[in-house]
Every structure is written in structure tokens, then in C-alpha cells.
Ligand binder design. Structure first.
Ligand SMILES: CC(C)=CCC/C(C)=C/COP(=O)(O)OP(=O)(O)O
Length: 547
């Protein structure tokens, strides 16, 4: 039995329990009685032909962009990855920066969304000679919406896009205040866009929002709509199966009883992993990542809300050495976490071995070790009552945000696009990764710092800033909210100029940033799981779409 002095004071918290019960434990595979797979293949072929047919007809290029946009918003981009890449490359080669078709905002958004660095100078076309936005744009709701969405692809220093964002946001707010002036669909569109722009939305949630809207448009493409609905349900079935599989794994360790001090968030972590990639080919990676995130939650709470300083020193050392031998002196629950980690990594080791990539696991463990060491330094600061400078704080806490480790873990089993150099790139802290980690840290601190400071917890970025610059809290909130937007601009820029890794790798970073906008916007939805997140999870993992 390990040493467990009864008078140990632990910084425990009463975290809300999981809201899900065991409902995701059982999954029953449905037979394909109605030949849905064949139907999907036929529909895919039809859409594929349509994309390719419009490619070589310049007159049709504006429509081609509309088709690509609809496919993406309907959540079925993964069916046409090759064709869409070919289409976007073709448009870029044909026009470069000089698009001359209709729908400039859509063209700009899609080019940047696909990694083509087109100049924002073209957006000056929305201004008149005096530098004001044209009168014709003022009441063009669709045009305002398109321009608004395009501005979220800006990089630092693009004044025209900053101006366009201010202008369109104000106009859309004004129009939304007078809903009688427009139809209700458009009004719903405006409110949704103002709440969260397209660039920050998770593709699966956007598909659910967009499908009924698209259906109501008289000009909609029936094949595309049908494919979107069937495709959504097919993927949902796979996702449910994955969740059931990892839930069984989780149950074996009886987390709620064995680790009652920690947040039990497997389902939410699966949602998080699903935000990083929803595509079928990433099934193994997704199931691993969901468990990595769940383990990170247990680790976070062990460091922040359970372990004593002395215990954490031993625990950290044991993890760094990756050896069970030094665990004797630890409480049973820390031993359990250790066994869970070992079990998880052994499983991934087997998966990677089958792919001939067993050596990749070492990189994931190295990233985890760095992450754990950052937790230990935070524990040391808390133990010593040390309030770091803003610079010291961010240097450490962008690692303790867990996003660098999460990103490295997300690469496991992703396939041949992941090479040794992909992991090595992450370890150099490239600006793309750093911007995403900083965004994660700041968004987290903005919504969690008040609650965390009620117990013994490392100072948040907010406290450090207030302490160092002697400024009021609201000033720091304003500054940090601006910093979040600046981080997005950096992510945009780096995603356009970074040539060290391939596009699917860059998309993981963008999706991690998007996940923050869902889980940590305005409140900590992850710890305090409320109606909004429950509805997201139910819509993605419980209710099928009626076809
Ligand atoms: C990205 C990762 C690794 C997610 C796993 C879950 C997790 C640790 C969330 C942050 O919790 P928190 O708000 O308590 O974090 P902190 O203690 O860093 O403020």
C-alpha cells in the first residue's frame, strides 16, 4: 500500500459530473438494407462529373466556386477532395490575383481557404473613389455577408480587410435589428454569421446548420442535397461506433469511481477529436486523440486539483522515465493514470507497427513529456506562490495549454502524409503552432481564470498581466480578445506561407483553433457542459438526419 497520510490537504474541486451516463456504450451496426452505399456512389459520380465539366468553361467558373462552397458547407468535401483541389488549382493558375468573375468575396475566401495566397488589394473594389464603402453594398445583404465572411481570412496588416470587417459587421447588426426588412432565412443567416463566422465553424456543425437552409433554396441541387444527408448519416454511424469502442476502454478503468476528483469528459473529448478530423480515413487517429485528450484532462486535474507537490515530483519523474518502477510511493489513482497511459500507448504502438510507423510513437511521448514538465513547473510556481512575468507565463503556458502535445498526438496513424519531419517541425515551435497554442491559452484563461483563482492554482495570464502592468481586469480582457483575433490572423498567414508540412497537417491546426471557438467562447463549456454543447454532441452523435 502506498504512503497516504490522512492529513494531506488537496486542492480538490467539485467538478460537475459527466452528463451522459452510459448511453454511448452500446452501438448496433445497421445493415445496408436499402442499398445506400450504391446510391451514394452514384450521387458522388454525378457531382464529380459536374465539377469537372465546369472546370474548362471559364464562363462557368463563378458557378464552380459556388458549387465548391456548397459542397464544403454541406460537409461532404471529403468525397471530392481531389476534384476540389484540381478546381482550385485551375482557378489559381487561370486568374492568379486578378479574378474577373462575379462573387469576388467568395473567390477570395475560397482561394485562401485552400492555401492560395491571393492579394487582398482586389477588395478595394468594394470602395468608391473617396475610400468609403460603395452605396450599392449598403443594402446588399448577400454581398455584405460574403464580404464579412471573407474578412476572417485576413493576415496581419491588411487594413482593407479590417475596414471591411468593421463596416460589414456594423451594417449586418443594423439590418438584423430590423428583421422585417428581410426574409427570416436571411435574418437567421446574419445572426449565425455574427455569432460565429464560417472560418471558425466546425465543418460537421456547419453541415447540420446549412443542410436545411440549402434545402429551402429553390435553386438547390437535389443530388448534392441527398448526398449531404446520406453522407452525414453514414459518417455519424462510424463516429458512434468509434465512441462506443473507446467508451468500453474507458469503462474498464472505472474512472468516475477511481478518479472522483477529476473531470470525466470522454464524450466531450471525442467531440474535440472529431473537431480535429471527421473524415473516415482518420478513424484510428480520432479514437486515439479522444483518449489522449481525456487523459490530458485527468492529468490536468491531477496536477491542478489533487496531487501534493511531492507526489507530483515523483509522478512527473515516473512519466519522464516511462517506467512503472518508481510508482510505489504514489496514491493508487496516480498509478491508475499511469497504467491507462501505458495501455493507450501500447495500443497505438500496435496500430503504428502495422503501418510501418512504430517509431512515430516516440515523438508523441516526447511531446507528452514536455507537456507534463510544463505542468510540473506550474505546480512549482503554485507551491512557491510565485507570480511569473507575462513573458515567463506565456513561454510556459502555451505548452501547458496542451495544444502542441494534442497536435503531435493527432498525427499518430494519420497515414503517409505524416513523416518524421512533420513531428520535428512541431518541435521547432513554428509560428503556426505557436499562434494556435497562444490562442488556446488565452481563450482558456479568459473564461476559466476566475474559477481557478478561487482555489490554489497557478496564476493565469490575466493575473500576470494585471500584476505586471497594474491595469484593471477589463483592460486585460479587451487586450486578450484582440490577441485572439491577432492569433487567427497569424494562423491565416502561416497557413498560407508554411511549406514545411502538407495541407492536411495545417488543417489540423486550423481545426484545433476552431474547436476553441466552440468549447471556450464566452464560457468554459468543457468543464461546465451545458445545453449548447449537449445539443452539439447530440446532433452529431445521437440524432440522424431524416432523409
Ligand atoms: C487541449 C487539451 C490537452 C485538452 C484536454 C482537456 C484540458 C486539460 C482542458 C483544459 O482544462 P483547464 O481549463 O483546467 O486547463 P488549465 O489548467 O491549463 O487552465
Amino acid at each position: 500500500m502506498s504512503a497516504q497520510p490522512s492529513d494531506v490537504i488537496r486542492p480538490t474541486v467539485n467538478f460537475p459530473l459527466s452528463v451522459w451516463g452510459d448511453q454511448f456504450l452500446v452501438f448496433e451496426q445497421q445493415e445496408d438494407k436499402d442499398g445506400v452505399e450504391k446510391l451514394v456512389d452514384d450521387l458522388k459520380e454525378e457531382v464529380r462529373k459536374e465539377i469537372l465539366a465546369t472546370l474548362n468553361v471559364p464562363m462557368e467558373h463563378s458557378n464552380l466556386l459556388k458549387l465548391v462552397d456548397a459542397i464544403q458547407r454541406l460537409g461532404i468535401e471529403h468525397y471530392f477532395e481531389e476534384e476540389i483541389n484540381q478546381a482550385m488549382q485551375h482557378i489559381y493558375d487561370a486568374y492568379g490575383d486578378n479574378w474577373n468573375g462575379t462573387g469576388t468575396s467568395l473567390w477570395f475566401r475560397l482561394m485562401r481557404r485552400h492555401g492560395f495566397f491571393v492579394s487582398s488589394d482586389i477588395m478595394n473594389m468594394y470602395k468608391d473613389k473617396d475610400g468609403a464603402f460603395s452605396e450599392s453594398l449598403k443594402d446588399d445583404v448577400q454581398g455584405l455577408l460574403e464580404l464579412y465572411e471573407a474578412t476572417f481570412f485576413s493576415i496581419p496588416g491588411e487594413v482593407i480587410l479590417d475596414d471591411a470587417l468593421d463596416y460589414t459587421k456594423n451594417r449586418l447588426h443594423e439590418i438584423a435589428k430590423d428583421p422585417l426588412s428581410i426574409n427570416s432565412d436571411l435574418s437567421t443567416q446574419i445572426l449565425a454569421a455574427l455569432k460565429q463566422p464560417l472560418h471558425k465553424r466546425l465543418p460537421r456543425l456547419e453541415a447540420l446548420r446549412f443542410i436545411p437552409f440549402y434545402q429551402r433554396q429553390t435553386s438547390h441541387n437535389k443530388s448534392l442535397l441527398k448526398l449531404a444527408k446520406l453522407g452525414f448519416n453514414i459518417l455519424q454511424s462510424l463516429h458512434k461506433k468509434e465512441l462506443s469502442q473507446i467508451y468500453k476502454w474507458w469503462k474498464v478503468f472505472d474512472v468516475p469511481n477511481n478518479l472522483p476528483y477529476a473531470r470525466n469528459r470522454l464524450v466531450e473529448c471525442y467531440f474535440w477529436a472529431l473537431s480535429v478530423y471527421f473524415e473516415p480515413q482518420y478513424s484510428e487517429s480520432r479514437m486515439f486523440l479522444a483518449r489522449v485528450l481525456s487523459m490530458a484532462t485527468l492529468l490536468d486535474d491531477t496536477y491542478d486539483a489533487y496531487g501534493t507537490y511531492e507526489e507530483l515530483l515523483i509522478f512527473t519523474e515516473a512519466i519522464q522515465r516511462w517506467s512503472i518502477t518508481c510508482l510505489e510511493e504514489l496514491p493508487e489513482n496516480m498509478k491508475l493514470i499511469y497504467r491507462m497511459l501505458m495501455n493507450l500507448y501500447e495500443e497505438m504502438d500496435k496500430t503504428l507497427a502495422k503501418m510501418g510507423k512504430a517509431h512515430h510513437l516516440k515523438y508523441v511521448r516526447d511531446a507528452m513529456n514536455e507537456y507534463i514538465r510544463s505542468y510540473m513547473t506550474e505546480a512549482k510556481w503554485t507551491h512557491e506562490g510565485y507570480i511569473p512575468t507575462v513573458e515567463e507565463h506565456i513561454d510556459l503556458t502555451y505548452i501547458s495549454s496542451g495544444y502542441k502535445f494534442t497536435l503531435a498526438a493527432s498525427f499518430a496513424a494519420m497515414g503517409n502524409i505524416i513523416k518524421d519531419k512533420t513531428f520535428k517541425w512541431v518541435f521547432t515551435n513554428p509560428p503556426l503552432v505557436k499562434a494556435c497554442c497562444v490562442l488556446c491559452r488565452i481563450m482558456d484563461d479568459i473564461v476559466t481564470h476566475k474559477e481557478e483563482q478561487e482555489r490554489k492554482h497557478v496564476a493565469s495570464a490575466i493575473e500576470c498581466y494585471m500584476n505586471q502592468f497594474d491595469v484593471p481586469e477589463q483592460h486585460v480582457y479587451d487586450l486578450f480578445n484582440k490577441k485572439v483575433e491577432d492569433s487567427w490572423k497569424e494562423i491565416n498567414r502561416e497557413s498560407l506561407i508554411c511549406k514545411d508540412v502538407e495541407w492536411p497537417v495545417i488543417m489540423r491546426v486550423i481545426n484545433l483553433a476552431r474547436a476553441m471557438d466552440v468549447l471556450y467562447k464566452n464560457k468554459d463549456h468543457f468543464t461546465h457542459v451545458g445545453e449548447e454543447l449537449i445539443n452539439h454532441i447530440k446532433s452529431l452523435l445521437v440524432d440522424a438526419i431524416i432523409v
